[in-house]
Ligand binder design. Structure first.
Ligand code: ADP
Ligand code: MG
Length: 482
């Protein structure tokens, strides 16, 4: 099992090459302590009121224990809805879980929609488990291991590799500034101590239940005894007080992780491959009651995280009904959803509704709308992206790219940065100039020109007797078709 795990983690390291994602420049929401959006901060530009609203949500999450709210980010394509959700995720602490899901991911063949949603919800609920462990902490005065003795009736012929035959014993003297005690050592502890290369003068902790030995460093008091110490040697003070101490250790997991580890059909390796399949209801019920028990005993705390569902108009009426119910659960995370649709059909019905979301669910939402960017904002975002993608661009070229961004879309303009850099490389230039931009502008069509092209040549394509209906295509198309 361990070998398998190791192999897997190695292969995962190999595939984890540095990539520059669409939102890699976003490092937070860029808001100050008064929740005002800073003009340019943490990779975020403009979109002030939406960012401020997201900041309020962030504050609510951080103050903790509010759960079951739902927030809708609504706005045209390319106005930073996903970016704001990413910013929110980055601003949350390490401990607060953040799970994302694209609406379309729900329609997989491997599990039902509700199972996929349940898993997503449980990925966004953290459990903070507190455990008290007893440790022994002190400075090693002396460590002595007796020569192996053969115990019991078994003779030496039964092989020296068997630990049950050879019993190693030894003594360990530990001290604090206040006391000193001699401990008898068993084979397991001796092994652990020698693995850590513990010698006298070291300050160590031993976990009583797990038998884990940790070397904290060398005692300052003994530093003069050794004239040659490595540069990485850490010196620490000799501990005071009792040798035996109680220490609280805390770890955070998500409910989904507990589910997977406990579902018997799937090993915990499924956590890495994502190949979890459906998890039985009984398993979840058991886990929920166990967690409830821990909470009552004060051993565990629930940390409601954030679940982000992008392209939420892809959800159908069944999913919305599930969401309605799931939000009522006392452990529910904060749900953030995003869509770029206006009034449209609710999937799975013949009814139309704002954003394709049923009204009873709409009623639960706090709605944040994102506004189209100004020329200035677009130019700044393109600037940030050039830095992120390590592309040098002349001011003229940037100006042209900004104009293209306004005419077409922010996303198209962002995509051109990399293409233009390649064109520049090709002509052995080092700074992207206007010619590179216009070259790639001609090579790659944006939506408008692509639509125009299809209008002009539709007869040559298959299945295209319907006039193309692109929601944000404008008059220029109308002219072409009319
Ligand atoms: N306010 C902003 N500041 C910085 N980058 C932004 C901002 N808004 C959008 N972007 C970037 O522009 C691109 C498109 O935005 P995106 O969030 O994907 O739009 P949406 O999800 O609304 O369609 C992404 O690369 C995103 O990171
Ligand atoms: Mg998006």
């Amino acid at each position: 099992m361990a070998a398998e795990l190791k192999k897997f983690s190695e292969s995962r390291d190999l595939t984890r090459i540095e990539r520059i994602g669409a939102h890699s420049h976003i490092r937070g929401l860029g808001i100050d302590n008064a929740l005002e959006a800073r003009n340019i901060s943490e990779g975020m530009v403009g979109q002030h009121s939406a960012r401020k609203a997201a900041g309020v949500i962030l504050q609510m999450i951080k103050e903790g224990r509010i759960a079951g709210r739902a927030v809708l980010l609504a706005g045209q394509p390319g106005t930073g809805k996903t970016a704001i959700a990413m910013g929110l995720a980055k601003s949350l602490g390490e401990e607060t879980p953040f799970a994302t899901l694209a609406g379309s991911e729900l329609f997989s063949l491997e599990m039902s929609k509700t199972e996929a949603l349940t898993q997503a919800f449980r990925k966004a609920i953290g459990v903070r488990i507190k455990e008290e462990s007893e440790i022994i902490e002190g400075e090693v005065v002396e460590i002595s291991v007796d020569r192996p003795v053969f115990s019991g009736t078994a003779g030496p012929s039964s092989g020296s590799s068997s630990t049950s035959v050879i019993a190693k014993t030894g003594k360990l003297t530990l001290k604090t500034t206040d006391m000193e005690t001699v401990y008898e050592l068993g084979g397991k502890l001796i092994e652990a101590l020698s693995k850590e290369k513990v010698q006298s003068g070291d300050v160590i902790t031993m976990d009583k239940t797990s038998g884990k030995v940790t070397k904290l460093g060398r005692s300052i008091g003994r530093s003069r005894d050794y004239d040659a110490v490595g540069s990485h040697t850490k010196f620490v003070r000799c501990p005071d007080g009792e040798l035996q101490k109680r220490r609280e250790v805390v770890h955070c997991v998500t409910l989904h992780e507990i589910d997977v580890i406990n579902s018997r059909t799937q090993g915990f390796l499924a956590l890495f491959t994502g190949d979890t399949g459906e998890i039985r209801v009984e398993v979840r019920e058991q886990i929920d009651s166990k967690v409830a028990e821990w909470r009552e005993e004060g051993k565990a705390e629930i940390i409601p995280g954030v679940l982000f569902i992008d392209e939420v108009h892809m959800l159908d009426i069944e999913c919305f009904s599930y969401l309605n119910r799931a939000l009522e659960n006392e452990m529910a995370p904060i749900l953030v959803i995003a869509t770029n649709r206006g009034i449209t059909t609710i999937r799975g019905t013949n009814y139309k509704s704002p954003h394709g979301i049923p009204v009873d669910f709409l009623d639960r939402l706090l709605i944040i709308s994102t506004q189209p960017y100004t020329e200035e904002d677009i130019s700044k975002i393109l600037d940030i992206r050039c830095t992120e993608e390590e592309v040098d661009m002349s001011p003229d070229a940037k100006h042209l790219l900004t104009k293209i961004g306004i005419e077409t879309s922010l996303r198209y303009a962002i995509n051109l940065i990399n293409a233009a850099a390649l064109a520049c490389l090709r002509r052995k230039g080092s700074v992207v100039e206007m010619e590179d931009i216009s070259r790639v502008y001609q090579l790659f069509l944006d939506v408008k020109r692509s639509t125009q092209y299809l209008m002009d040549y539709q007869s040559q394509y298959m299945f295209s007797d319907d006039p193309v209906d692109v929601s944000d295509a404008d008059e220029s198309m109308q002219v072409a078709s009319g």
